[in-house]
Design a protein around this ligand. Structure first.
Ligand SMILES: Nc1ncnc2c1ncn2[C@@H]1O[C@H](COP(=O)(O)OP(=O)(O)O)[C@@H](O)[C@H]1O
Ligand SMILES: Nc1ccn([C@H]2C[C@H](O)[C@@H](COP(=O)(O)OP(=O)(O)O)O2)c(=O)n1
Length: 233
């Protein structure tokens, strides 16, 4: 059990694409007054900048150089959070399915993981943060006080992503979207460095048949129970 941190505890929410990590992290952060750290957005920013620079996904030397010169920051914009890469608002560009697939490949590269690991630990060490991603509870903050592993069936996650894309005018079919979700799962789970997996001490939540509010209630209760324990020393 780690010493009480300056700003509160660290909450880790890991899980596959479409499980609800971003939605729940945003809501839980609002409920707790915590900072929301979208680590996926950080990897997406790297992928966007690499594509712009024409860097191949396996060119580790150039990816390492890119990361050394990259600052990813989050700026509150009312209810939402803007993602800045070296000061440029890339919030929309990083959310395309093309960047999502490219990110899955680039995030498997060791120099990229090492660079973002340093940034993520610097952002969260004092606590009072909720980090969402694939390896928060296993690699970034193995001593996080509260860990969740949020999942859902591939079909349900594909359906959610399909509805999200359709709302943005994307023409992808449901079948195509489910296939892409499964492809990303395989890439995220099968890579050598920091693969997606459930931490042994994470609370698993299968959201396949749960609403966002039902998942939020489970998460908020678990965090408040842990905070109460901390008060007892
Ligand atoms: N439990 C749920 N039930 C129904 N829809 C959900 C649920 N959780 C998330 N969603 C929806 O699914 C889509 C993907 O959620 P998101 O939070 O982006 O997942 P992730 O960050 O894990 O990829 C969003 O449109 C979101 O509103
Ligand atoms: N901590 C993290 C976060 C994301 N990634 C990788 C794996 C994902 O395929 C991409 C994009 O992550 P993101 O969370 O934005 O993707 P989803 O919203 O879950 O579809 O980045 C990672 O390797 N480690």
């Amino acid at each position: 059990m780690s010493a009480v941190r300056e700003n509160g505890v660290i909450v880790a929410i890991d899980g596959p694409s479409g499980a609800g990590k971003s939605s729940l992290t945003k809501l839980l952060a609002q409920r707790l007054g915590y900072i929301h750290i979208d680590t996926g957005a950080m990897f997406r920013a790297v992928a966007l900048m690499a594509r712009r620079a024409g860097i191949a996904v396996d060119d580790d030397a150039r990816l390492a150089e890119l990361c050394r010169g990259l600052e990813v920051s989050f700026v509150r914009d009312g209810e939402n959070c803007r993602v800045l890469a070296n000061g440029e608002d890339v919030s929309r560009e990083i959310r395309t399915e093309e960047i999502g697939l490219l990110t899955s490949a680039i995030s498997a590269r060791k120099p990229v993981r090492e660079a973002l690991l340093t940034m993520q630990r610097a952002m969260g060490t004092k606590g009072g943060v909720i980090l969402e991603g694939r390896d928060i509870g296993t690699v970034v903050f193995p001593d996080a006080e509260v860990k969740f592993f949020l999942s859902a069936s591939a079909e349900e996650r594909g359906r959610r992503r399909y509805l999200e894309l359709a709302a943005r005018g994307d023409q992808a079919t449901l079948e195509e979207t489910i296939a892409k979700v499964i492809q990303r799962d395989k890439q995220d789970e099968g890579r050598e460095h920091a693969p997606l997996r459930q931490a042994e001490d994470a609370l698993p939540i299968d959201s396949t048949t749960l609403s966002i509010d039902e998942v939020l209630a489970v998460m908020e209760n678990a965090v408040r129970e842990r905070l109460a324990q901390g008060d007892k020393g």
